[in-house]
Design a protein around this ligand. Structure first.
Ligand code: GLN
Length: 486
């Protein structure tokens, strides 16, 4: 087995036992990037020299006998909307094509303090708006299982890179499903943590009340390790919650009697029969092994998608107002007036999807429409939060497929925004209600593409999620990871 094929926790043990060095491991992923990324396009920026230098410095610390963290020496990638000092942070946009971040995001700072090796910045839909990474100014990321298919989005670069061993783990961002949906399409694990449990400082904002940074990893145990590395309150992010967070672990608990709720009224949204079949198979396995399955109903889920697109676009229109050619990144040329500077910079700097969201968001916030759309969407989200909270009194986990289908053809939905928005049908609920959710592979469909199952738990119950996800992972045959002959 090659080093790049192994999991974070396996590699961490091998590093600790000095069976391998971080330099060897980093070289192994860099070679993988070299041989695959011209096809996959998972990376926007690769920092080979910086990564090798960092790996050597960790190796030296280890040789000196310093006590090191679990993720020390592990090659990790960051979605390109997470700021890393002195590196480009493009957000997949022409607007920030040459923007160099002057500071580290809190999560980046935490990874560096734990001696992780940051290999580079990963491709994404422009400003994290999309479900296929086709909206990236830097071109689409392809699915390692089949390069004619999308990797999912908006963290498509993260999922593709982890799936084929270009990095051992990655951090993405999830506003409406952007960590879980690509994880599901690429056969890896993705976590959207409880809102407020991970600092958003240094994450370029899309919709601030919904955005969370979350790990993309090869297995559940690695995900628990990465989450433990980034969790925690931060005085630089006032929405983060300062609590005692445990060290998250897996495999400690007997899960007999775990109560799993199935919102059966959501099943009609599943468009691919194989997805339903794989999902039901996973649930049957859990039941056979002692889980208590209940049918539940989340009555307002029909409002989840419209509420999400109203709220997220409203917030995006406000957050993206700062890109005006004055302060950051791209500035249009041959300008006669300040108005022309704004108009030309924004017309030329943003892609179609960003413009669509800015217009939608500005419209739902404008006088006359605010009450009609924006306040109603916020009310719907509050109702859902209340009801989901109540449901978690009678179940520990709510399970759905992560997506209604497997990875779709490149080009299939890019000209039909509403079809693209429908990709998020199962994932937006967790963002609107703030609860944590994880996507775990549950086998492959007949077309050979991975299927993911989504588990949600009550706020700050990530440990329950990890326990259930780990259990599931041990029962279901994981899809073969990566592809030698991409
Ligand atoms: N696909 C959703 C959107 O386009 C979610 C994006 C995300 O989670 N960043 O808004």
């Amino acid at each position: 087995m090659q080093l790049y094929e192994m999991t974070l926790h396996q590699l961490s043990e091998m590093l600790a036992d000095k069976l391998i060095s971080s330099k060897e491991l980093t070289q192994s992923v860099l070679e993988r990037i070299q041989s695959l990324d011209s096809k996959l396009n998972a990376f926007i920026t690769v920092d080979s020299n910086g990564a090798l230098k960092q790996a050597e410095s960790v190796d030296n610390k280890r040789l000196k006998g310093d006590s090191l963290c679990v993720i020390a020496g592990i090659p990790i990638g960051l979605k390109d909307n997470i700021c890393l000092k002195n590196m480009r942070t493009t957000c997949g946009s022409k607007m920030l094509e040459n923007y160099i971040s002057p500071y580290n995001a809190t999560v980046a700072q935490k990874l560096l303090a734990a001696d992780a090796v940051i290999v580079g910045k990963l491709n994404m839909d422009e400003f994290a708006m999309g479900s296929s990474t086709e909206n990236s100014y830097f071109g689409v990321t392809r699915n390692p299982y089949d390069i004619t298919k999308v990797a999912g989005g908006s963290s498509g670069g993260c999922a593709a890179a982890v799936s084929c061993g270009e990095v051992i783990a990655a951090l993405g961002s999830d506003t409406g499903g952007s960590v879980r949906q690509p994880a599901s399409f690429c056969g890896v694990v993705g976590l959207k943590p409880t809102y407020g449990s991970v600092s958003r400082y240094g994450l370029v904002a899309f919709a601030s009340s919904l955005d969370q940074i979350g790990p993309v990893c090869k297995c559940v145990k690695d995900t628990a390790i990465m989450y433990s590395a980034i969790v925690g309150g931060d005085k630089l992010d006032m929405t983060s919650q300062n609590k005692e967070y445990p060290n998250f672990e897996v495999g400690q608990k007997d899960l007999k009697g775990l109560r799993i709720g199935l919102p059966v009224d959501m099943y009609e949204n599943i468009t691919e029969p194989d997805v339903l079949e794989r999902f039901e198979n996973a649930i049957r396995l859990l039941e056979k092994n002692g889980a208590r399955i209940r049918r539940i109903s989340i009555a307002e889920t029909g409002y989840a998608l419209p509420a999400y697109y109203v709220i997220s676009s409203a917030e995006a229109s406000s957050n993206l107002a700062r890109f005006d050619g004055v302060r950051y990144g791209f500035r249009a040329q041959n300008i006669q007036s300040i108005d022309e500077l704004f108009v030309k910079t924004r017309s030329q700097g943003f892609g179609d999807e960003c413009k669509r969201r800015i217009m939608l968001g500005t419209s739902v916030l404008s006088e006359g429409y605010y009450d009609e759309y924006y306040s109603k969407a916020v009310k719907a989200a509050k109702m859902m939060t209340h009801n989901v909270k109540q449901l978690f009194e009678s179940v520990d986990i709510i399970a759905t497929p992560t997506c209604a289908e497997t990875a779709f053809d490149i080009g299939k939905k890019v000209d039909d925004p509403v079809k693209m928005y429908n990709s998020d049908i199962f994932t937006v609920l967790a963002n609107l209600t703030g609860v944590p959710a994880i996507s775990v592979p549950c086998g492959c469909a007949g077309n050979g593409l991975p299927v993911g199952i989504q588990l949600m738990a009550d706020s700050f119950c990530e440990q329950t999620l990890f326990d259930a996800a780990y259990w599931l992972e041990s029962l279901v045959n994981a899809p073969e990871r990566g592809c030698e002959d991409v």
